[in-house]
Design a protein around this ligand. Structure first.
Ligand code: FAD
Length: 400
């Protein structure tokens, strides 16, 4: 009997045919679990040779994000066996970590040395590689505080069976094109991340969580803008009908945090309440039936206008949360309103990422909306990196 080509690479114990697994209706015919970066690269080469498209996975928490794959079946390359090595160089301010390491494990290891990275655990088990591949703009982020700015180097496996290192281990490390940023947020469509070097930041000495209720969203937005000069680490607005609750966090050395806490007035917030907001951001909170979850992004100053438009088109209850520092609004909208919302977003030059939709809806739209002007250039890059379209074909912007 002839071995499956993937079995030759990883061994029979590390690949299996799943009983009943699919991704947006596309069957997963095989799950392969390589144990080293070299094995990941060899699996990609086998996939290319045998014409079997793959989808990389970490914990699988955001595997459903993206367009429907253009494939009859997919091989899922599970990175979680690359989940142990963490090389902390606290004095150098960097950490090099395998792609399958859970973010939570990295967080604990860094905290033991008084450090942190920009990765925080929103979803239990989420991996470093999966998070870099998605490059989320989370609760903790301000425009100058983005994950991709803190990814200093990557090791990436390609369908030609090669492993490539890009970036390096220092902050100014790029000669030539900055390929690291190209991979951040590319959803695994240009290569599979096997290792990352991240910047370490000091663990803050003090943290203060505050909140304040407002009778109108507008006032809450105005106050959120007043927070800006004091550089809050996080700010979230939770609409509640016409009213809204603003939650924010100060971080830093104790004296600094105490000083900032004298800024806009707020009541102390319990950690459990913050955890609830994180669960909402991660899409873990209970959701209304027959709704589609979208994330609308624009300039920070557009957040209020986005909320108003969404309320007009989809009703008050659609608003879940807004990130006034980064310009993001998350909403759960009725299916029937989606196309109208997308059209309005195009007119206003906002971008929409449809996080969750039915298969029928996915067939009608690009979940990354609207297509960027640079789409032809992106297609050319995809063609150069993955000419046989082996890596998550069709799942990214414009069906790349
Ligand atoms: C700071 C921060 C903010 C966040 N904000 C949000 C938020 O607002 N909302 C929210 O829902 N979640 C948020 N998250 C959670 C986070 O986006 C996901 O949990 C994480 O991206 C998914 O990890 P995973 O291992 O489950 O990846 P998976 O779900 O397994 O994979 C995610 C995607 O990446 C690809 N992929 C996986 N591994 C690799 C790899 N090694 N190389 C290349 N491609 C790969 C997959 O094909 C898939 O397209 C945030 C996380 C952080 C750290």
């Amino acid at each position: 009997m002839v071995n499956d080509p993937f079995e030759d690479v990883v061994g029979a114990d590390h690949c299996y045919v799943p009983a009943d697994e699919s991704l947006d209706g596309v069957p997963v015919s095989m799950v392969v679990c390589p144990g080293t970066a070299e094995e990941v690269a060899a699996c990609l080469a086998k996939a290319r040779e045998s014409g079997r498209p793959i989808v990389p996975s970490g914990a699988g928490s955001k595997l459903a994000w993206g367009n429907r794959a253009e494939a009859k079946a997919l091989v899922r390359v599970d990175l979680t066996r690359l989940g142990e090595q963490i090389k902390l160089q606290a004095e150098e301010g960097i950490v090099t970590v395998q792609a399958g390491v859970p973010v939570e494990t990295l967080e604990h290891a860094a905290a033991e040395r008084g450090k942190r990275t920009l990765l925080c655990t929103l979803y239990p088990g989420a991996t470093v590689g999966g998070t870099i591949a998605v490059d989320p703009s989370g609760l903790e982020f301000a425009p100058d505080w983005r994950l991709r700015n803190d990814v200093l180097g990557l090791q990436v496996a390609h369908p030609d069976g090669q492993l490539e290192r890009c970036g390096g281990q220092v902050v100014k490390n790029v000669t030539g094109f900055d390929l690291v940023r190209l991979y951040c947020g590319s959803f695994g469509t240009l290569g599979v991340i096997t290792e990352a070097t991240l910047r370490l930041r000091p663990l803050p000495e003090a943290r203060r969580l505050l909140c304040r209720d407002f009778e109108t969203r507008e006032t809450a937005f105005t106050v959120s803008r007043e927070l800006l000069p004091c550089e809050p680490r996080a700010a979230v607005l939770r609409p509640q009908g016409n009213a809204a609750r603003l939650l924010w966090r100060w971080e830093g050395v104790e004296a600094d945090v105490t000083q900032r806490a004298r800024g806009p007035e707020g009541a102390r917030l319990e950690a459990a309440d913050w955890a609830q907001v994180c669960a909402e951001a991660a899409g873990l909170a209970p959701r209304p039936e027959a709704t589609i979850r979208i994330r609308v992004s624009a300039r920070a100053s557009d957040v209020s206008a986005i909320c108003t438009e969404l309320v007009d088109l989809a009703g008050q209850a659609s608003l879940r949360l807004a990130l006034p520092l980064v310009g993001v609004v998350v909403a759960e909208v009725p299916e029937a309103t989606l196309l109208q919302i997308l059209e309005r977003a195009r007119e206003q030059r906002w971008t929409v990422f449809v996080e969750r939709a039915t298969l029928e809806q996915k067939a009608r739209i690009d979940v990354f909306w609207p297509s960027p002007e640079a789409l032809p250039l992106m297609r050319a890059l995809k063609q150069r990196f993955d000419p046989e379209r082996i890596l998550s074909p069709g799942r990214f912007v414009g069906g790349i």
